[in-house]
Design a binder for this molecule. Structure first.
Ligand SMILES: [Zn+2]
Length: 245
């Protein structure tokens, strides 16, 4: 298990990389890669802090050692708007008086995976990017995750475009790790148990369990109100794979 090592060090205001435009409510997370051989998160901080002559940036840079937030998460970064006709994902066609045009940069957070010298993305970098998205889930909610490629057609992150199985696995791992995190978090476990107490929740569990093969008499117990939390947890564990959905 690797550590998140999330650092915050914002670049200065810069019209090419940090225009200080307000970010609209976040609708998606966009994953990129730097396409820059051997460039670390710190290298990219320095690069975007001094950027001039072209518009580019992203909120968070992830390398094999840490994650570095270089643009505040309530501001726009220039990471997914090189397509003149606007984003391919309709829900990301945002617009604002200060930044008109229908633009995914206005309502998404851009995360860059740093590339190794040999052009690959280190497994720790990928793993850490998953942790970053899980952190963002807690801050902004469980939102769609897109490749830059999905939004504008740019081949970014290239390894996730040339081999879409890697991308599918990445998405599954975000979910998988998220599930593991839920089990390891006492507060979330308590929340899940609390939801078992609602009447509707009890009905859902019993009906699903009976449908999956549990005895009909559980329905009677539910009706009589003699069913216990232990019964419900037992039914859920035995007949329902995921009680949290
Ligand atoms: Zn990109």
């Amino acid at each position: 298990m690797i550590a998140l090592n999330y650092e915050v060090k914002h670049i200065g205001k810069n019209k090419f990389s940090r225009p200080c435009y307000k970010l609209l409510p976040v609708k998606a997370y966009v994953v990129h890669y730097t396409a820059n051989h051997g460039g670390t998160a710190d290298n990219h901080f320095a690069y975007f802090n001094n950027l001039s002559g072209r518009y580019a940036s992203a909120h968070i840079f992830v390398d094999r050692h840490k994650a570095l937030e270089i643009i505040p998460l309530n501001e726009v970064a220039f990471h997914a708007n090189e397509r003149k006709v606007g984003p391919l994902i309709h829900s990301l066609k945002a617009t604002a008086a200060y930044y008109p045009g229908g633009n995914a940069n206005l309502n998404s957070i851009g995360i860059e995976m740093c590339m190794e010298k040999d052009g690959t993305i280190h497994p720790d970098t990928i793993k850490r990017t998953i942790l970053v998205i899980q952190k963002l889930y807690k801050q902004f909610g469980v939102l769609p995750i897109y490749r830059h490629y999905d939004i504008t057609g740019k081949k970014c992150p290239l390894p996730f475009v040339t081999d879409s199985k890697q991308w599918t696995k990445f998405l599954a791992d975000v979910q998988k790790e998220e599930d593991e995190m839920q089990f390891s978090s006492p507060s979330l476990k308590a929340e899940t148990e609390l939801t078992l107490n609602s009447k509707a929740r009890r009905e859902i569990i019993v009906n699903a369990a009976v449908k999956a093969g549990a005895h009909e008499s559980w329905r009677q117990k539910l009706k009589e109100g003699t069913i216990t939390d232990a019964d419900l947890l037992g039914l859920a564990a035995k007949y329902i794979v995921d009680t949290n959905k």
